[in-house]
Design a protein around this ligand. Structure first.
Ligand SMILES: Cc1cc2nc3c(=O)[nH]c(=O)nc-3n(C[C@H](O)[C@H](O)[C@H](O)COP(=O)(O)OP(=O)(O)OC[C@H]3O[C@@H](n4cnc5c(N)ncnc54)[C@H](O)[C@@H]3O)c2cc1C
Length: 320
């Protein structure tokens, strides 16, 4: 109930206007968001890199409502790829397709993504396409296929799959046929029961099943993390759920997948203890580092994932 309400709020313009007007809201959001400027994000990445953690940088933004905004977002992403190269940090980039026009015109989005992937290729860097809610899944897959046709490969970009979706297994198999790297997540949106498993136990079981598929593909394709920490192996196990992580570790051991044949991913500000523990055990870990002024929907999804975060939000109000 509460989760659904918070996800509804994450898309409500009136709520965005109200919440972003409260100064204590930004204080609470800054637990999950590295800052508003590029230099804040690069600083956060350097701190992670010093701990042996790689990063993926997300310039927050989604659902742009005009072509101009989509073009502006594309230019900002190109600038970030340049900045990562200049700063020589161990980071790649994550983007949302609705940020660069998917909700406005598919062909414009394709052109914008093509420019971004071309720049990533020039910098020998990598772009991860985040996965959004189901009204966009088919178009996301169509755009993915168009990028393969243009010659972009798993050295330039990767996709994400949500284990809560019934279609996740079929999508994973399709992506693996092309050796595409996959970030496996549970899914952060509100989906109807004809599209997604309503029960958490089923979402988790599907997560483990897809982990196996990705790891088998990684073993067969000898996919490893690149030395500069930018180009990931096929499986990215993106979760803070210790049981899913334990399953991944034990399956990798069982099939003999080397530690750099997978990576774990977590969100900035969540389970830092677990991130550092996995690094100490010798696993590649990548943290998703969001930054920018469009933090509202991202922050609301983080509240929805863990209702206890609401108390943390409220406590910021009392701290003033
Ligand atoms: C690197 C990364 C990229 C992602 N990209 C996408 C994407 O492209 N599309 C998409 O739909 N979703 C994405 N997500 C979000 C994902 O779908 C889940 O909503 C989110 O990761 C929470 O699920 P969980 O796997 O951690 O498991 P859960 O079962 O939800 O949580 C397990 C435990 O993790 C901790 N935890 C989880 N969330 C929080 C939180 N917000 N605050 C504090 N503690 C928390 C709690 O201790 C909780 O008990 C991404 C997640 C990660 C880690």
């Amino acid at each position: 109930m509460l989760r659904s309400f918070l996800i509804y709020l994450s898309k409500a313009q009136w709520a965005q206007k109200m919440v972003t007007g409260w100064s204590f809201a930004w204080k609470a959001a800054s637990r999950f968001v590295a800052g508003e400027k590029t230099e804040d994000a690069i600083r956060a990445i350097r701190e992670l890199n010093a701990k042996g953690i790689n990063a993926t940088l997300d310039h927050l933004g989604e659902h742009t409502s005009t072509m101009e905004e989509a073009a502006q977002s594309t230019s900002e992403i190109l600038a970030i790829l340049d900045e990562i190269d200049r700063a020589e940090v161990r980071a790649n980039v994550s983007i949302k397709l609705t940020q660069i026009g998917m909700g406005l015109d598919e062909s414009v989005c394709r052109e914008n993504l093509g420019r971004i992937l071309q720049r990533a290729k020039e910098h020998r860097n990598f772009v991860r396409v985040d996965i959004e809610d189901t009204p966009y899944t088919d178009t996301t897959i169509a755009i993915y296929k168009a990028m393969l046709e243009r010659g972009f490969t798993n050295r330039h970009f990767g996709m994400a799959v949500q284990s809560y979706l019934f279609r996740a297994e079929a999508d994973t198999k399709l992506l693996l046929e092309n050796k595409t790297t996959i970030r496996l997540v549970k899914g952060a949106y509100k989906e109807p029961p004809d599209k997604a498993f309503p029960k958490k136990a089923d979402v988790d079981a599907n997560y483990d099943l897809l982990t196996k598929l990705m790891m088998d593909a990684s073993l067969a394709g000898r996919s490893n993390l690149s030395e500069d920490g930018r180009i990931p192996p096929i499986p990215a196990i993106a979760t803070h759920d210790e049981k899913r992580i334990e399953f991944a570790v034990s399956y990798a051991n069982k099939v003999g997948l080397p530690k750099d044949g997978l990576e774990f991913q977590m969100l900035y500000g969540i389970r830092r203890d677990l991130q550092e523990k996995l690094v100490k055990e010798g696993y590649p870990v990548r943290v998703y580092v969001p930054f920018g002024t469009h933090w509202y929907p991202y922050f609301m999804r983080r509240l929805a994932e863990r209702p206890a975060n609401i108390w943390f939000f409220i406590s910021n109000f009392f701290r003033g």
